[in-house]
Design a binder for this molecule. Structure first.
Ligand SMILES: [Ca+2]
Ligand SMILES: [Ca+2]
Ligand SMILES: [Ca+2]
Ligand SMILES: [Ca+2]
Length: 236
């Protein structure tokens, strides 16, 4: 669990779907994002990535929880709320699968039974960025260059503020969005944003020059004092 929590984000294919108590799948969304793989143990359900020649590239297991705890309502005076297990007709599942550029399709399986198979086609290359079809900076660079309004904050420093970073409350991830606000933000420096960070650099430069001056001047002063004292001694 610790290694999963510390894992660095990778490109993951994110599948979002509803599954009912007869294992029918209603696929809602497929997109490529940064994230970490879904972890589950002791479950029959999996997403399998396949190449065009049906070679299995990766299997990620996921849980399906079709129960919930309700309240034993109405309570009688002095009665505890112990909770009652309630069966659900369907539940929402989000699975993150490490992406492999050789993947041509995915299957959602229960044991060896294929519940759903679909081609992975996240980029039509028509020059129009269509996030509703799964196109974004990661999945379809040709149609969605950096700075595109594609539901993905691309964090690229290129003079284009990605509107998604601001919409997701992550404006600080794209320096292009924060440079010019008068504050030297964490990702900015004198090179990426001299307008906001130039003053800080000047202060630093002043400190460095001060230190260098101190290093040179102090020994000279000491030498002069020593010479003066020796001359006074000689005169005596
Ligand atoms: Ca397109
Ligand atoms: Ca974007
Ligand atoms: Ca940018
Ligand atoms: Ca700034």
């Amino acid at each position: 669990m610790l290694s999963a929590a510390l894992a660095a984000p990778i490109d993951v294919l994110v599948l979002e779907f509803n599954i009912d108590n007869a294992s029918n799948i209603d696929l809602l969304d497929v997109r490529l994002m940064k994230g970490t793989e879904t972890m589950a143990e002791g479950t029959d359900y999996s997403v399998v990535l396949l190449s065009a020649s049906d070679e299995v590239l990766h299997t990620t297991y996921f849980d399906v929880v079709l129960t919930a705890y309700g309240d034993n309502y109405p309570f009688l005076p002095g009665q505890e709320d112990v909770g009652v297990e309630v069966g659900l007709n369907e539940t929402r599942v989000i699975v993150r699968v490490p992406y492999n550029s050789s993947a041509a399709k995915f299957e959602i399986r229960e044991g060896t039974t294929v519940l759903l198979q679909q081609d992975i086609n996240l980029c039509d290359g028509d020059g129009v960025c269509e996030p509703a079809s799964g196109e974004n900076y990661l999945s379809c660079l040709a149609d969605c260059p950096s700075g595109s309004d594609d539901d993905y904050c691309d964090e690229v420093f290129d003079d284009k503020c990605d509107p998604d970073c601001g919409e997701q409350g992550r404006a600080d991830k794209d320096t292009d969005c924060t440079c010019g606000n008068g504050v030297c933000d964490p990702r900015e420096d004198s090179i990426t944003c001299p307008d906001d960070c130039g003053q800080a650099v000047n202060e630093l430069t002043t400190m460095i020059y001060g230190a260098i001056a101190g290093i040179i001047v102090i020994p000279v002063v000491i030498v002069v004092i020593v010479i003066v004292l020796r001359r006074r001694k000689k005169k005596k």
